[in-house]
Design a protein around this ligand. Structure first.
Ligand code: NDP
Length: 283
C-alpha cells in the first residue's frame, strides 16, 4: 500500500491582534477544495517577536505567510527581495519562502486591480480615490502601475494625501493630484472610476463617505474596499444612480487566490473562498 504522508505544507499569518482575521478560514477552505496538503495558522506575532517568527518559519520550511498590523512595514527588514509594487508602497502583506529566500509582495492593490479588471480596463482611465491610508496607497500604486492615467487623491489629512500624490508622481507614469476633503465634497469633474479606500462603511451598512452623491452619473464606475458588509451604503447609492459597482469582498477573495498562487504555483479556484467569506460576512 502507498505510504501515508503526515507532513503538511505550512503557511499562516503574523499579526497582532489576529483573532478576528478570517484569512485562515479562506485559505483552509481553498486547500481542502483543491486537495493541497497544507495548513494555515494564525499567529499572534507583534513587532518584538517578528524576527524570531520569521526564523521559525524558515526553520520549519513554511511556504510563506501573510503579514498584517503591525508588521507590514517592519517585515521588510527581513526580506531578501521585494516585488515592484511592494517596494513603491513600502509595505508587504505576503511573503514567499523559496530555498530559504524571502520574497515580499503587497496583494492589497493587486487584489483590487484584478477584481476591477474583470469589469473595466483600467488602462488610460482617470481615478478618484477617497482616503490615503494603507489600502489607498496600495490601490493607487497598483492602479498607476496597471496604466491608470490620472489619479486624484481625496483625503481629510492633507499631509498624508500629498505624500501619496508625491509617491505616485515620483514612481509611476500616472499623474496624481490632491484634493482636500471638505464636507459634502462634490467630485467635479467626475472620473471614470471612484474608489472608497477609507474605513467608512466597515461594520456599518448605513455609514457613507461624506461626498455629494446626487451628482454621481451612470457612466461612473464605483468601487469600495469595505469587505463587510459587502453592499455598502455608497455602493447602494451608486447602483441607484445606474453606476456599475465592485465590492471589497472580491478584492479579499483575490488576495486569497494570490496567496495560493504565490505559495503553491497553482491557479486558485476562487469559489470556495468567496463562499466562506460570504457566509462569514452575511451570516
Ligand atoms: P488606514 O487607517 O491606514 O487609513 C484609513 C483612511 O480612511 C485614512 O485615509 C483616513 O483619513 C480615512 N478615513 C477614516 N475615517 C474617515 C472619515 N470618517 N471620513 C473620511 N475619511 C476617513 O486604514 P487602511 O487603509 O488600512 O484600511 C481602510 C479600509 O480598507 C479598512 O476598512 C479595511 O477593512 C479596508 N481594506 C480592505 C481590503 C480588502 O481586501 N477588501 C484590504 C485592505 C484594507 P485621514 O487620513 O484623513 O484620517
Amino acid at each position: 500500500a502507498e505510504q501515508e504522508n503526515f507532513l503538511s505544507d505550512l503557511t499562516g499569518s503574523f499579526s497582532s491582534p489576529c483573532a478576528e482575521n478570517p484569512t485562515v478560514a479562506v485559505m483552509e477552505a481553498a486547500y481542502q477544495h483543491q486537495g493541497i496538503p497544507a495548513r494555515y495558522i494564525n499567529c499572534d506575532v507583534g513587532k518584538a517577536q517578528l524576527e524570531q517568527a520569521v526564523a521559525g518559519a524558515k526553520a520549519m520550511g513554511w511556504r510563506g505567510f501573510n503579514c498584517s498590523i503591525p508588521n507590514k512595514q517592519a517585515i521588510i527588514e527581513y526580506i531578501d527581495e521585494l516585488g515592484t509594487s511592494a517596494k513603491v508602497i513600502g509595505a508587504v502583506n505576503c511573503v514567499i519562502i523559496r530555498d530559504g529566500k524571502l520574497t515580499g509582495e503587497n496583494t492589497d492593490g493587486k487584489g483590487f486591480v484584478e477584481a476591477l479588471s474583470e469589469q473595466i480596463d483600467i488602462k488610460g482611465k482617470t481615478l478618484a480615490l477617497l482616503g490615503a491610508g494603507g489600502a489607498a496607497r496600495a490601490i493607487a500604486v497598483e492602479s498607476a502601475l496597471a496604466g491608470a492615467k490620472e489619479i486624484t487623491i481625496i483625503n481629510r489629512d492633507k499631509q498624508k494625501g500629498q505624500e501619496l500624490v508625491d509617491l505616485i508622481n515620483d514612481n509611476t507614469e500616472a499623474k496624481a493630484t490632491f484634493t482636500p476633503w471638505t464636507p459634502g465634497l462634490r467630485i467635479d469633474p467626475l472620473p471614470d472610476i471612484l474608489v472608497n479606500a477609507t474605513s467608512v462603511g466597515l461594520d456599518d451598512a448605513d455609514a457613507i463617505p461624506d461626498i455629494e452623491t446626487e451628482s454621481l452619473e451612470s457612466s461612473l464606475f464605483v468601487a469600495d474596499v469595505i469587505p463587510n458588509p459587502p453592499q455598502t451604503a455608497l455602493l447602494r447609492k451608486a447602483a441607484d444612480k445606474g453606476c456599475r459597482t465592485l465590492n471589497g469582498l472580491n478584492m479579499l477573495v483575490n488576495q486569497g487566490a494570490l496567496n495560493l498562487t504565490y505559495w503553491f504555483d497553482k491557479e486558485a479556484d476562487k469559489e470556495p473562498m468567496r463562499k466562506v467569506l460570504q457566509k462569514l460576512f452575511t451570516g
